[in-house]
Design a protein around this ligand. Structure first.
Ligand code: ADP
Length: 218
């Protein structure tokens, strides 16, 4: 197992387990590591390889062949000490790409300082997303790290039958329409001459603030 497609997932709890499962479905070979015998047994039929080990123990990681991997996901969350020590160990072992789950901003900062390349905040990110969806009636919302967002919204009330050029949403609202959809049809890329149908949904991109403001007006 030396190829980049092979990924080690450490901590097969709810988050790590879902990551492992999705990576498998995407065609990757996954080595699962957890200190829980019960979880290791549970995953043994599904994953390519699963081993029971304490991931904070460098020797244990070396024994399971961690050097063969360049990418790892650390899904340990509730045990912050174990999470930090595992990331530190992986970093010292020279893994090229370490993704780690954090349960708080401080935890995330520590993970970065000990070598995590990507820190994920599953609860915070999902909580924020749900709040956006509820507060602005967006149908979907995705924020990139640098304050840029993409959202699926209902088209403004006055939009039906008019072209995107006429609506001039970029000038009026500062957002760019990327795609357009009505129920039962696929998304189409937006062009200036695209006529907005009745009950259309738009995929819009722009700064988070302007996307939110636009969604609130639809
Ligand atoms: P989730 O909320 O995603 O279920 P948890 O933090 O509760 O996350 O679970 C993390 C998993 O990591 C558990 O299955 C636990 O057994 C495992 N784990 C915790 N510490 C270690 C460790 N030192 N080595 C290997 N696995 C660990």
């Amino acid at each position: 197992m030396a190829k980049d497609e092979n990924i080690v997932v450490i901590g097969l709890g709810r988050f790590g387990g879902q990551v492992a499962d999705s990576l498998l479905q995407l065609g990757h070979e996954v080595l699962g590591v957890d200190e829980s015998e019960h979880l290791v047994q549970q995953w043994s039929d599904k994953l390519t390889h699963v081993v029971q080990a304490d991931a904070t123990d460098e020797d244990a990681l070396l024994q399971i062949g961690i050097k063969e991997f360049s990418r790892a996901v650390v899904g340990i969350g509730s045990d912050i000490e174990a999470s930090v020590l595992t990331v530190l160990t992986l970093s010292e072992l020279g893994l090229r790409e370490i993704w780690a789950k954090a349960v708080s901003a401080k935890h995330g900062r520590i993970l970065r300082s000990v070598g995590a390349h990507h820190v994920i905040y599953p609860e915070a990110t999902m909580g924020e997303r749900v709040a956006h969806l509820m507060a602005t009636r967006m149908l979907d919302f995705f924020e990139l790290e640098d304050g840029f967002a993409i959202a699926r919204t209902r088209a403004p009330h006055n939009a039906a039958g008019r072209t995107l050029a006429e609506l001039a949403l970029r000038t009026q609202h500062g957002v760019t329409v990327v795609g357009i959809k009505t129920s039962g049809t696929d998304f189409r890329f937006a062009a200036p001459e695209t006529v907005v149908p009745e009950h259309a949904e738009l995929v819009v991109a722009g700064s988070t603030e302007l996307v939110q403001r636009f969604a609130a007006t639809t």
